[in-house]
Design a protein around this ligand. Structure first.
Ligand code: SF4
Length: 380
């Protein structure tokens, strides 16, 4: 592990120095995580695309009435989870906007019709339905949460997540990425992650790069995540996500980070976070360069869906998994499936709600990975 100061000294790494930086990160990963690279077979559940925030880079959020604006009913979610379960998925990844009820009367009315006042209470009920009616294990990413909501959601989630994104407060200024995003105030996100640690929730977080932050601010963000993990021990995964420009977003003209910049950040993340932390980069955001991402020190590909993205042809597996397997094995790694809860947490009772322990244990081997007999993706 390197100090904050050492991380800052890497900011001006010249292009010629990148291979050496990557090699250091790769060695550190091998020392802690060995040559196993994991992924989770998941179903993506966009519970609601409504959100009270307006992040400059967001491709997900919608206002009510906009094409694509939708809040899923419980039976829609259960049907999707069951379809994923038939294809061997184990994780229901709930993605949703932050506190839409604070901004939209139509959403408050939707919640009232379903017997709820808040989106987080509705989310809890839908997670419970998925557990009762499908084989999937929920992992929710619902934005900033207080202690009571975290505790309630812990009972129906094997792990949870909140991207820290950045600790840069500069990005809250007018015209910047988080200008209209009250839930992206770094202190609020740090508090949620700390509360999750206090409650013993295995937690996924990470940073988003290329949204106007400096490399120094990336180093600050990584160190903030490390500090939280050193205090609570609950960070199961750190995602390094790269900004991608899309036509309909406010930041559509902003430059995307280069591959070299992504590799630099992955390597510095490994050096700051140390040999044991799970580091992930979403492969679909940087296709065709999987070996280079592996060389930068990651050890996980994140959640991969066996369902097509449009959910229209649920029997057709997403081709990414065989592709990733080939790329991973070609670099001398073994690809293994994990649950939404990482192996080192799946095997520790204090990190899993009592009601979920038997289900988790039934799926994993002595290393906490999905038992090979349950790895349906091997047949695709
Ligand atoms: S909080 Fe920001 S990134 Fe998340 S859904 Fe809302 S607008 Fe999008």
């Amino acid at each position: 592990m390197i100090s904050h100061q050492d991380a800052c000294s890497l900011i001006d790494t010249p292009a010629a120095g990148l291979p050496e930086l990557l090699a250091r990160a790769g060695e550190l990963r091998d020392r802690g995580r060995g040559r196993t690279v994991t992924f989770s077979a998941k179903v993506f559940v966009p519970l609601t695309t409504l959100c009270r925030d307006y992040c400059g880079y967001c491709t997900f959020r919608r206002d009510p009435g906009e094409p694509g604006a939708h809040t899923m009913a419980p039976d829609e979610v259960v049907a999707l989870a069951q379809a994923g379960g038939r294809l061997g998925a184990k994780e229901a990844l709930f993605s949703l906007g932050d506190k839409p009820e604070a901004s939209f009367a139509s959403h408050r009315e939707f919640l009232r019709r379903h017997g709820h006042r808040t989106t987080l209470s509705y989310l809890r009920a839908v997670c419970a339905a998925v557990l009762a009616e499908s084989p999937l294990l929920p992992h929710a990413n619902p934005g900033v949460m207080g202690e009571r909501d975290l505790a309630a959601l812990r009972e129906v989630n094997v792990s949870m997540g909140l991207m820290l994104e950045t600790v840069s407060e500069r990005l809250l200024a007018r015209g910047m990425a988080h200008d209209r995003a009250p839930d992206k105030v770094p202190a609020r996100r740090l508090k949620t992650i700390a509360l999750a640690g206090k409650l013993g929730i295995p937690f996924t977080t990470g940073l988003l790069i290329g949204i106007g932050e400096t490399r120094r601010e990336r180093a600050d963000t990584l160190v903030a995540i490390r500090d939280l993990h050193e205090k609570h021990g609950h960070i199961q995964e750190v995602i390094v996500q790269n900004f991608r420009a899309k036509p309909r977003i406010p930041m559509r003209e902003a430059p995307e980070p280069s591959l070299e910049d992504l590799l630099w950040t992955l390597a510095v993340a490994r050096l700051v976070l140390g040999p044991d932390v799970n580091i992930q980069a979403p492969p679909n955001l940087t296709p065709d360069v999987y070996p280079r991402l592996l060389a930068a020190g990651l050890n996980d590909w994140g959640g991969i869906s066996p369902l097509t993205l449009d959910h229209i042809n649920p029997e057709k597996p997403w081709p990414l998994i065989p592709e990733l397997r080939r790329a991973t094995e070609s670099q001398g790694f073994v690809l293994r499936e994990r649950l939404a809860i990482y192996p080192e947490f799946a095997t520790r009772a204090e990190y899993v709600d009592e009601s979920l322990r038997a289900r988790v244990q039934a799926l994993v081997d002595e290393h906490g990975l999905v038992k090979e007999s349950y790895e349906r993706w091997r047949r695709w």
